[in-house]
Design a protein around this ligand. Structure first.
Ligand code: SF4
Length: 177
């Protein structure tokens, strides 16, 4: 199976926590105002690439987790589901996925649900210029949510991903000389 690919970047740090291999696809119909990647909208701008080839690139990096982005991976749910299945069966990497669909829209479409079930954290919703906030972690506008997919599927309620990037260090012990 082939996936319409724009780029793969190694060791990204802005598409989720830690080092990640980011897979950027072509294809997006959401047309958000001031989208940073309008060149990805046309799916034909991507290069047809074997899913296995993308998986091998990802698996060759022991350190990095994985992010699917675009474009919108949910316009290619079958190819990304296949890639996610390979990742989950053969590695212990976590998968983040960006989409312009809201989780409520995904719930209504079984084709989209197929990919959703493989994801660990979903960043959902279109980019909304009037809600843009540069202080937000891993997303552009405040309507977008970081969703813990496994807990959401388990509880049947939308559970936000609990991420605390700033770990408080213990106070230094007093040293007497
Ligand atoms: S969903 Fe993402 S790629 Fe698609 S138009 Fe919106 S910001 Fe651009």
């Amino acid at each position: 199976m082939k996936l319409m690919l724009m780029d793969i970047m190694d060791y990204t740090t802005s598409d989720g926590p830690g080092f990640r291999t980011s897979v950027y696809c072509s294809g997006c119909n959401h047309a958000c105002k001031n989208c940073q990647n309008p060149q990805t909208w046309n799916i034909l701008n991507g290069k047809p690439t074997e899913v296995k080839e993308i998986f091998e690139h990802i698996a060759a990096n022991d350190l990095a987790n994985v992010t699917f982005s675009g474009g919108d991976p949910f316009y290619q749910p079958k190819a990304f589901s296949e890639l996610a299945r390979m990742i989950k069966f053969n590695t212990d990497k976590d998968i983040w996925c960006y989409t312009g669909f809201t989780i409520e829209e995904i719930f209504k479409d079984e084709n989209l649900m197929e990919l959703f079930r493989w994801v660990d954290v979903l960043v959902d919703g279109r980019f909304e210029e009037d809600k843009k906030d540069p202080d937000l972690l891993f997303r552009g506008s405040s309507n977008q949510r970081l969703i813990d997919v496994k807990k959401t599927l388990k509880t049947g309620k939308i559970v936000l991903y609990d991420y605390e990037p700033f770990v408080e260090l213990p106070e230094e012990e007093e040293v007497f000389i």
